[in-house]
Design a protein around this ligand. Structure first.
Ligand code: GDP
Length: 403
């Protein structure tokens, strides 16, 4: 199957997108210098939102309406079963999700305006005979890019040592040293494939967690489009039942590509109930992958653990969760990092999605978050558009930093 796992392994395409990310990062730095709801609860039944049917206004693309958060402003379509009979035969108008290579090209051109923190480093290092001020500039550059204190120390040590040994101001040599060190820190040996295909007669099951506002719902929608583009049968579960607009937002994403959404009609309903129903239905309909959005209320560790633990437990009554992705906003720095740590403590994260890298000078966070949590960044969010999500490839990322 021509699935995302294959695409994750395609360095040429990754090179394009991570190049864009890196240039944005560096530009800013340079300028600076069964039982529904589990065993113990009675819950309202969930309902399924089917894709937009005939007679429903087509949803504008972001290009047509570039204003912020366009998707969440769109009124949810009514359930298609209720569409008037006379228009039932009309074909629904669905988006064709952009292919991964094209979207990457587009993202690169959007982001190519800026410099990169890597090129700032190379520029300073190339001065030769570096004085303390130069070294401080290098250190500041790394810290400002959110590489993290530990990794920054490692890089500094390596560079100082090499500068002493090689004693060169040749940019090409320095680039090689820096490239090797950065790549080691980004760690190309981590498995970044997504476990999101059918296996043992069950769908792949992806659980999306993270703090509200990081881009979880948006990422579920974007990921659904990637899978649809791969001809996978997808089902969404709107288990963020606490945020009023979340289920509608997800339904809108689903409608655009003909993907059903399992949701509750009651705000504040038990998220585990929705998650359970989604996996159950995905399993019986033999879909390829079920994606489940969750609420990311900032609460104490115990509540979060209880809530996510229960969601996962009831999902696994039907099929194992194959991927638990932590969505993290790249612009939130240390604050985001401590939130990420909390989530990682309460649920077994298998991968990280770094969103909003398009608006961030903090690309070094790739290094710090992986070190901190010990799991790979698998996807990066590069904008609010429907196809602004891309797989992450370390070598291409580092190359583009230093290009
Ligand atoms: P949730 O509360 O975690 O589900 O967050 P949402 O999915 O509702 O996203 C919150 C906001 O972040 C929305 O305005 C999204 O359009 C925006 N967003 C999500 N991902 C990205 C991204 O990669 N880049 C940018 N610039 N905005 C994003």
């Amino acid at each position: 199957m021509n699935d995302l796992i294959t695409q994750l392994g395609g360095p040429e395409t990754f090179a394009i997108v991570v190049g864009g990310v890196a240039t944005v990062i560096g530009g800013v730095v340079a300028a600076l210098v069964g039982r529904r709801g589990g065993d113990d609860e009675t819950v309202a039944p969930t309902q399924t939102q089917t894709p937009a049917g005939p007679g429903i206004e087509p949803i504008a693309t972001p290009e047509e309406h570039p204003e912020e958060d366009a998707l969440s402003d769109v009124e949810p379509a009514e359930v298609s079963e209720e569409a008037p009979e006379e228009v039932v035969d009309e074909a629904p108008s669905l988006d064709v999700p952009e292919s991964v290579p094209t979207r990457m090209q587009r993202l690169r051109s959007r982001l190519a305006r800026s410099g990169s923190f890597g090129s700032t480093l190379v520029r300073v290092l190339s001065r030769g005979d570096l004085d303390e001020e130069d070294w401080e500039e290098i250190e500041d550059t790394l810290l400002m890019a959110d590489v993290g204190v530990e990794a920054t120390d490692e890089i500094m040590e390596e560079l100082r040592t090499q500068a002493r040994i090689i004693g060169t101001s040749d940019p090409a040599t320095i680039k090689t040293v820096l490239r090797t060190k950065l790549l080691e820190l980004v760690d190309p040996t981590m498995d970044r494939s997504l476990a999101a295909s059918r296996h043992d007669d069950h769908p792949g099951v992806v659980l999306m967690v993270g703090v509200n506002g990081t881009g979880k719902t948006t990422t579920v929608g974007k990921l659904a489009r990637i899978f649809v583009a791969e001809d996978k049968k997808v089902l969404l579960g709107a288990a963020d039942t606490f945020r009023a607009a979340a289920a509608d937002q997800l339904a809108t994403w689903g409608e655009r590509v003909g993907v059903d959404v399992v949701r509750s009609d009651r705000q504040g309903a038990d998220p585990a109930s929705v998650a359970f129903d989604a996996v159950k239905r995905g399993d019986s309909e033999e879909v390829d992958v079920v994606l489940v959005d969750t609420a990311g209320r900032l609460q104490n560790k115990r509540d979060l653990m209880d809530e996510l633990g229960k969601v996962k437990r009831v999902m696994e009554k039907t099929a194992p969760v194959t991927e638990t992705l932590l969505v993290m906003d790249a612009t939130t720095g240390q604050n985001g990092m401590s939130q990420a740590r909390l989530f990682a403590e309460v649920v077994d994260i298998t991968g990280i999605v770094l969103t909003k890298l398009d608006g961030s000078a903090k690309g070094g966070i790739v290094i710090s978050v992986q070190r901190e949590l010990g799991v790979p960044v698998k996807l990066v969010g590069l904008g609010e558009g429907p196809d602004d999500l891309a797989p992450f490839d370390p070598a291409s990322f580092v190359d583009s930093l230093l290009s």
